[in-house]
Ligand binder design. Sequence first.
Ligand code: SAH
Ligand code: SF4
Ligand code: F3S
Length: 470
Amino acid sequence: MEENVTPELGAEQMLEAAHAARPEGKKVFVKTYGCQMNVYDSQRMSDALAADGYAPTDRIEEADLVLLNTCHIREKAAEKVYSELGRIRQLKEERGRDGRETVVGVAGCVAQAEGREILRRAPAVDLVIGPQTYHRLPAVVRRALGGEKIVETDYAIEDKFEHLPAPQKKAVRSRGVTAFLTVQEGCDKFCTFCVVPYTRGAEVSRPVAQIVAEAERLAAAGVREVTLLGQNVNAWHGEGADGREWGLGELLFRLAEIPGLGRLRYTTSHPRDMDDALIAAHRDLDKLMPYLHLPVQAGSDRILKAMNRKHTGDDYRRLIDRIRKARPDIAMSGDFIVGFPGETDADFEETMRLVRDVTYAQAFSFKYSPRPGTPGADLDDQVPEGVKDERLQALQALLTEQQRAFAAALVGRTMDVLLEKPGRQAGQRVGRSPWLQPVIVDEKAGEIGDIVSVRIKEAGTNSLFSEPVS
Ligand code: SAH
Ligand code: SF4
Ligand code: F3S
C-alpha cells in the first residue's frame, strides 16, 4: 500500500507529530474551480496533506505544493486552468532561482478528462490526479518530489473516502459553521451535453455509517448546517441501520437526529429521482431547509428528449406542484442551458414559459458549450453564438426579476437566520436565510453559530437587511 494514513488511528495526533517533525513546515496552496463537490474534495485533500506535513496557505508565492482542483463542465472553465498554469510556471521558475522547489499538481475533472495531455500542454505540471484517487495524493506528491512526472487517473477500486483521513476538528472549525458532505460520487444519467459521467465515473453511494460518522464529527466540531452533496444526490441509496434499503429521505431523517445540527440541505437533485420519501422529508423535517435546487435545463419536450433528461416539461411542473403541496414555503432554484443543438425560437419560448410557470428564487443559466466526447458535441445543428447570447440575456432578465420579487416579498417577515461570520461593518454579523440569502444582522442578536429569529426590513440586490424581533 502506498498509503500510510489510517483515518481511525488518531489522525489529529499524527497531524501534530507531522508538524513537530518539520518545524519549518511545508505549505500547500489549493485553488478550487467548479462545483461544491470540488470544494469538499479540496478540503479533504488539504486534510490528507496536513497529515503529511503540509500546512494550508492562501499565498501562492510561499507554497511548496500548488494544487489546482479543476472543472471541465464548460469550455471556459477548462481553459481557465491553462492560463493559470502559465502564471504558475513563471512562479515556479522564480522560486527555483531562489533554490526552492515547487510541486505543481492538477486535480479534478480536467485532470480526469485530459490526463497526460496536461503534461504536454503545461510542462510546469508535475502530477495529474483524478477525483477518484485523492487518497493516493500524499504518496503521489512524495514521488513527484523524487523527480517523477505522474498521471493518476484510474478509477480506483478502493473507496477513496475510507482511505482519506477524516475531517480534522481544527480544520473544520477554521472553515466555519456550515459544511459540505459528499454522500455520492459520479453520475449514471448521461445527459447528452454533460461531461460529468466521464470525469467522475459511475454513480456510487457512500454507506450510511460512514456518512453518519462524518456528520457527527462535523457537529462535534461546531458545524450547525450540513449540505449533502452529489451530482445526483437524490439518487443516493444505501442499507439503513434497520437493514432496509434507504433513500435520501430516510438518510435525512437519520441525520436530523444528530445533536447540534440545526439545518440540513442537499444538492444537486435530478427531477427523476424525487421520490415520495424525500418529499415527505420536506413535509415533516423542520431541519430540512425549504429550498430546493432542481435543475430542469430546458422547457421544450423535444429539447429535453435530445438532452436525454428522461422527463417532459409537464412532468417537472407536476413534480413542483407535489413538492409545494408538501412544503408550501419551499423556494426553487434551477439550472438552464440555452442554445442546445437544434433549439429553435419556439423551443426557447417553452423554457421562458416554464420559468414563468414555476418561478424561481434563484437560478443559474449557461450558453450550451459543446464538450469533447459527449453526444451533443457531434450534433449537426449547433446554434450560432449570437443567438445563444440573445437567449441567455432574455432568460437572465426574467430570472433576475423573479429573484428580486422573491426577496422583496420577504420584507416584513420574520425568519430564522444562521449566523455565519462577522459583517463588513462593525457591530454586524452575516447570516443565512432558510433560502440561502445572506442576511445582515445586528451582532447583539447572537453569536456565530446561533440560529436567531429576525425581521426583514429591506431587500438589497444581494442581501437582506434585518432588525430584531420585538
Ligand atoms: N448534476 C446536475 C448538474 C451538474 S453540472 C444536474 O443534473 O442538474 C451543473 C450545470 O452546468 C448543469 O445543470 C447545466 O445547467 C450546466 N452544464 C452542464 N454541461 C453543460 C454544457 N455542456 N454547456 C453548458 N452548460 C452545461
Ligand atoms: Fe450531468 Fe445529467 Fe449527470 Fe447532471 S444528471 S451530472 S447534468 S449527466
Ligand atoms: Fe465541474 Fe467536475 Fe463539478 S466538471 S461541475 S468540477 S463534477
